[in-house]
Design a protein around this ligand. Structure first.
Ligand code: 5GP
Length: 204
């Protein structure tokens, strides 16, 4: 069975990255789609693992070659999802996690109606702003741009299939894994098996 395509969006600093890493460490079912971006690496980020860090020219070249499933501009930088890696992992039966913002998510929902989309929220705005500041990797100006971006993104939450409140990491990860497992059991995701078992039963 092919894996599921899963969109994880959420306000910058809502704990998406940590949640995602937990799923990748705790289970074998997942693959993380490494995005391409023109933003500079943050301290500790590794090229090819966290992102493919590229120039604007390289990014635009990839768009021209139709190498991306979706792409968007976020806080003046390009971000996009390389196509081949995602398709290969889906074929291996892995559920592929896309950590993408809203504009890209809407493109994926349009192209792949079977996608599972989850919007990750902090429990409240005050906790969220504290987390964003405590990350300590961005200047106040960058933080305020991300806050403004979040204000725009809030209008699109209802376009997602699920909203997950990331209050406690363990609980949120268990809920996320549970909902993905449930989606794998949907009849629409098991057409090949249904066909096989039906044929077998009828041939007895
Ligand atoms: P950051 O710069 O904090 O790593 O990411 C900024 C935003 O870009 C986050 O909301 C993240 O989900 C989003 N993002 C990361 N990769 C992609 C991508 O490939 N496509 C889109 N559309 N957004 C992405």
């Amino acid at each position: 069975m092919d894996g599921l395509l899963i969109i994880l969006s959420g306000f910058s600093g809502a704990g998406k990255g940590t949640l995602l890493k937990k799923l990748l460490t705790d289970y074998d079912d997942y693959a993380f789609s490494v995005s391409m971006t023109t933003r500079s690496p943050r301290p500790g980020e590794v090229d090819g693992k966290d992102y493919f860090f590229v120039t604007r020219e390289q990014f635009e070249e990839t768009i021209k070659k139709d190498g991306l499933i979706e792409h968007a501009t976020y806080c003046d930088n390009y971000y996009g999802t390389p196509r081949d890696y995602v398709y290969d992992r889906l074929k291996e039966g892995k559920s592929v996690l896309l950590d993408i913002e809203v504009q890209g998510a809407l493109q994926v929902m349009e192209k792949y109606p079977e996608v599972v989309s989850v919007f990750i929220c902090p429990p409240d705005a005050k906790v969220w702003l504290e987390r964003l500041r405590n990350r300590g990797t961005e200047t106040e100006e960058v933080i305020m741009r991300r806050v403004n971006q979040a204000k725009r993104e809030a209008d699109f939450i209802d376009r997602y299939d699920y909203v997950l409140i990331n209050d406690d990491l363990e609980t949120a990860a268990a809920k996320l894994h549970g909902l993905i497992q449930a989606r794998r059991l949907a009849t629409s995701n098991q057409t090949a098996f249904i066909e096989k078992i039906t044929k077998e039963i009828k041939n007895i």
